[in-house]
Design a protein around this ligand. Structure first.
Ligand code: ADP
Length: 457
């Protein structure tokens, strides 16, 4: 572009100044001579020439300025994606404007890059979150919904922006909470069971987007189903323990009071009463030890001890030795098959406890003159230990409940036998922690078979 310098402007001005007296000098004779028509004609020619020159000058000037102006427009429109070439030369004003615009473009690009990076970071974090996050505008149209939220409600991902809340989740309670936040502008918090999320429990937090309800609201769902279940199990457990302790405690207290009230001197009953107290105290002791075992298992204490390679035969022999006398008292025969070459990894005292619990039950719930058979075999990298009895059996509809804590099929039979209802839960817990499984088959009045499957070591 050619520059418009002060010299050029001065030259143009001087040209005009010179041409003006020349024009007057050209028109003047006709004017004085009364040749009005010729004078007017010449004046018109002069005016036309001047205006043509003016138009040409303005056009040239406009062209000179419009080209860079268009470039600047294109430059701004293309930001921040690309940079349009700006005029290099030109008047100093345009050059400094170009420099300023390039600097501005640099800053705009930096800010946009930072913003993009920030939103990418935020989106990645939200997408990875285990908590469900949903943001809506003030008309309850979805602005953002992460995968965890969509999965919780079985919605396909990605959720397109602009969907209404009801298209994503048909949960009136969530809608109410969000509406509440949009109206009051205050955060809401609640623990809810949401039927449309397969009945799972959620800790729900809703708050205005960016602190301003007119921008919308965001709701965060934290799945607390497991915590809720654990809390219920804990409450049930405490209730069960209290219930289990109350019976022997009140019996001990009752018989002790009876003895003090005079029965102590009654030779016919005093020994019997003390024996009853002893049996209830034994039961209390059994409950306390079983609870201790379960609490150790729950707190995973044995995980700190390295597992060892255990010969199953030794464990079986030791367990048989423990229950031998009670089996003899009840007239139950104990037999075992060849258990050589059966090795498993685990904690010896725990596996022994498992075997004692199973054998104790097999004896306790057997008929007199019944049999208990212990079999053990190692095949395909797996050791199977089974305890079969010829006892009362377990009703089929109770089979999957007998591993629950404090569950007993026949309380009147288990309690007098010193049962705590914690033997099988201990078996299941220990075997589970050893990476194995325990199963049961049973036929009423025919007997039961408990089978343990463990990886061979
Ligand atoms: P308990 O201390 O009462 O024996 P367990 O947890 O060991 O508690 O067993 C739970 C219940 O399962 C028992 O009360 C009993 O009703 C039933 N059960 C367990 N083993 C046998 C078995 N071998 N034969 C019949 N019933 C059994």
């Amino acid at each position: 572009m050619k520059e418009i310098t002060p010299g050029k402007l001065m030259g143009t001005w001087c040209l005009l100044m010179v041409s003006l007296p020349l024009a007057i000098f050209w028109i003047r004779p006709d004017f004085i001579g009364g040749r009005t028509t010729a004078a007017v004609l010449k004046l018109s020619v002069v005016l036309a020439a001047v205006s043509a020159g003016g138009v040409a000058f303005t056009y040239g000037l406009a062209r000179k300025w419009s080209l860079p102006t268009r470039r600047y427009e294109e430059f701004i429109a293309a930001l921040p994606a690309r940079e349009v070439e700006l005029p290099e030369g030109g008047p100093p004003e345009l050059q400094s404007l170009s420099r300023a615009m390039k600097g501005m473009a640099e800053r705009v690009r930096h800010v946009v890059e930072q913003t993009n990076l920030e939103s990418l970071r935020r989106e990645t974090i939200l997408a990875c979150m285990a908590e469900g996050v949903l943001a809506v505008d003030k008309e309850l149209k979805v602005i953002f919904c992460n995968d965890a939220f969509a999965h919780a409600f079985g919605t396909r991902t990605p959720v397109p922006e602009g969907r209404t809340l009801y298209e994503i989740v048909r949960e009136p309670v969530l809608r109410d909470i969000l509406e509440q936040v949009l109206t009051t502008g205050t955060a809401e918090r609640d623990r809810l069971q949401l039927p449309s999320a397969a009945g799972r429990w959620f800790e729900v937090r809703a708050l205005p987007l960016g602190g301003l309800p007119r921008r919308g609201a965001v709701v965060v769902l934290h799945d607390v189903t497991d915590i809720q279940r654990q809390e219920r199990v804990r409450k049930d457990f405490v209730a069960n323990v209290s219930h289990e302790l109350r019976t022997p405690l009140s019996a001990i207290r009752g018989y002790a009071e009876t003895l003090l009230d005079g029965a102590l001197e009654d030779p016919e009953h005093n020994r019997k009463f003390v024996e009853i107290i002893l049996s209830h105290a034994t039961r209390l002791n059994n409950i306390a030890s079983d609870l201790l075992v379960l609490s150790e298992l729950d707190s995973n204490e044995t995980a700190l001890m390295p597992p060892e390679r255990i010969p199953v035969l030794e464990i079986i022999d030791s367990a048989i030795h423990t229950v031998e006398s009670s089996a003899a008292t009840r007239g139950v025969r104990l037999q075992k098959t060849d258990c050589h070459d059966c090795w498993v990894m685990g904690h010896r005292f725990r596996l022994e406890q498992v075997m004692i619990n199973l054998l104790d039950n097999a004896v306790k719930f057997n008929r007199s003159d019944g049999d208990v058979t212990i079999e053990c075999a190692a095949t395909d990298g797996e050791v199977r230990i089974s305890v079969t009895d010829t006892g009362i059996g377990i009703p089929s509809d109770e089979l999957d409940r007998i591993f629950d804590r404090f569950y007993r099929v026949d309380k009147s039979r288990s309690r007098p036998a010193g049962g705590t209802g914690l033997g099988l839960p201990i078996v299941k817990e220990v075997i589970g922690r050893m990476g194995g499984e325990v199963s049961v088959e049973s036929q009423l009045a025919r007997g039961s078979r408990f089978t343990i499957r463990l990886r061979s070591a």
